[in-house]
Design a protein around this ligand. Structure first.
Ligand SMILES: [Zn+2]
Length: 205
């Protein structure tokens, strides 16, 4: 807080109301020296008269303390715009991640089938076959881990009973029966079991 700025602001508002320091002081039953002290930034108005002073000057306490006009409508608007932009960015990322999950899944399944086919159709040593099949499954497990990690963290699950949206624990997603991205889980809010649909947005569909 800038006391000098507040002081200048008080002086400016007083003049615009065509009042002298003495007139303003009289209204609050204080000395004009006190008013002079506010306006030079040597002191702040007492809390006991602050509300009434702001009323007289036609400003809010926030504005008095800030030493300038605050456009409240703009403030709210800007805050809302920022929030909306953040949500949109989050949703965009979630969509990209869920697409990436599908890509990882397809590539991994393709690799697994390719490696098994190699092991089956090419004449090689048994240990090479074992390595091909083993490698195929290991890469598949790693890919599944990342895919399920994305499945858990991108977007939200929506409970059909209470309508709340949430991000579940990784283990629950892994163990839950599912059809596509819809999973049979227990809602952490209402405790009811049901088919929870994957949704992108935290607030609305
Ligand atoms: Zn619920």
């Amino acid at each position: 807080m800038d006391q000098v700025k507040t002081g200048r602001f008080i002086a400016e508002l007083r003049r615009s109301k065509k009042m002298t320091q003495a007139q303003l002081a009289e209204r609050f039953g204080i000395s004009d020296r006190a008013v002079s002290k506010w306006e030079t930034g040597k002191s702040l108005p007492d809390a006991s008269i602050m509300l009434e002073l702001c009323d007289t000057l036609g400003i809010t306490v926030n504005e008095l303390l800030k030493g300038e006009r605050v456009e409240m409508n703009d403030y709210v608007k800007i805050a809302e715009e920022n929030l909306l932009e953040m949500r949109q960015r989050e949703e965009q990322t979630a969509r990209k991640m869920l697409t990436l999950e599908l890509v990882i899944g397809f590539i991994s399944v393709f690799c697994l089938l390719a490696l098994i086919s190699c092991a089956k159709y090419y004449e090689t040593e048994p240990w090479v076959r074992g390595l091909l099949i083993g490698g195929g499954f290991v890469q598949f497990m790693i890919a599944m881990f990342f895919a399920l990690k994305i499945e858990t963290e991108a977007g939200y699950y929506k409970c059909p009973s209470c309508g709340k949206r949430y991000v579940p624990e990784f283990g629950r997603v892994v163990l839950a029966p599912h059809v596509n991205r819809t999973r049979y889980m227990t809602c952490p809010h209402c405790g009811k079991r049901g088919w929870h649909k994957k949704v992108i947005s935290q607030t609305e569909e």
